[in-house]
Structure formats: C-alpha cells, structure tokens
Design a protein around this ligand. Sequence first.
Ligand code: SF4
Ligand code: SF4
Length: 215
Amino acid sequence: MKWFISHDTLRSPFQATIERHCKERIGHCYQCGKCSAGCPIAFQMDYLPNQIIRMIQLGMEKQVLSSRTIWLCASCLTCTVRCPREIDVAEIMDYLRRCAYKKGVIPIEETEIPLFNKIFLRNIELFGRLYEMGLIGMYNILSGEFFKDMALAPKMFLKRKIGILPPRIKNSKEIKKIFRESGRLGRTRRDKLLHPKLIFLNISRKIIGKIERFK
Ligand code: SF4
Ligand code: SF4
C-alpha cells in the first residue's frame, strides 16, 4: 500500500488521541517486531501488530480502524509482555476496536466478532453469569444463521452441558450495577446492544453467501 507521508499525516491527532486514552507512548516503538513475532494470530492478520503501531505513528486512521487485525486480536497479551519499550499493544488493540465499533467501520468479514461480543456481555448483564441457550439463540437469530449447531443441542442437553432455563445467582442486581457504573466511569453512554448496521451486514452477508453457493 502506498501512503504519502507529509507534515500533516505525521502530526495527525490520531496517535495523540490513542496515547491519551490508553496512557501509552506509541512514539517509543522502534519497530523491533517482537510483538508480531510472538503473536499467535499473526498468520491470519492483514497487518501485523508492529505494522498497526507504525500506521498509527503515520496517522493512517482509516486504514487502522478498518483493518481485520484489530478484530482478530485475541487479547492474549503476548505482545504486551514482549515489548522492550513497554508498550501495551493489547490495550491499544482494544481501544481501536471500541473506536472502530463506534464509527461503524467494521470489515465485512469480521462483523460476527463484535456481534458475539455484544451478545455475550448483554447475556452476563441480564443473568449474572452465562446463559448458553440465550447466547446461542440470540446469536443465531441476529447473525442470520438460524439453525447453526441445532443438531448438537439434544446431545448437549442430555449431557447437561447446557440448561434450558437461565442460571440463578445471588445478587444479580449487583452485576447490573457494575455494568451501569462501568458506563458511567467511561463517561460515555454504553453502546447499544447491537449496531443496526452490524445486524444488517451480518444477515445480508449470509444471504449472499447462500445464494452464491446455489449458483
Ligand atoms: S515489540 Fe514494542 S517496540 Fe517492538 S515493534 Fe512491537 S510495539 Fe514496537
Ligand atoms: S494481544 Fe492480540 S496482537 Fe497481541 S499477541 Fe495477542 S493476539 Fe496478537
């Protein structure tokens, strides 16, 4: 990819904004590549973690936020512990994901990741701990894969791996309060459960995929 480096791109506010939010010094990265060498997901990424850091330094906001890398990152922290400049790359990836989600610039191949993430968190907020049936049902409906893994359900019920009813926990109100407070501390309204654009992209992608298979 060609990128024109100018005074403006190098002084773009993108890097400063990330540094402020993540409390990291991205300018300290000297491109040793240790983060990418240890990353277990690097083979699937469109840009390696060190390339993402370099792109941030060059002010390539649009390319960074629309990359698949930030959604594929598994937050394993390998890059963070390996960085000789003590840059928390995993934290930066997390911030970039939130940023991309808010701006709605999620790559079409990865729309299922934020969808799953949102449904998972909402599930915990509602029931206090994971209610698998609710998670699977909601994910299947909103991702457009209505009957995905349905054949496995009876076996899992019989082996008591999943339950029909939601789990009961003590102090479920406390969990809801934690979620409420986390939104307040972040000084932002918590994201809506599901981005309408995300649902539309997911379902349309599935339908197009099915039509193409029949051709
Ligand atoms: S390990 Fe640290 S210094 Fe090396 S390329 Fe990655 S972020 Fe930069
Ligand atoms: S936290 Fe993300 S970028 Fe860092 S090593 Fe793990 S998967 Fe790779």
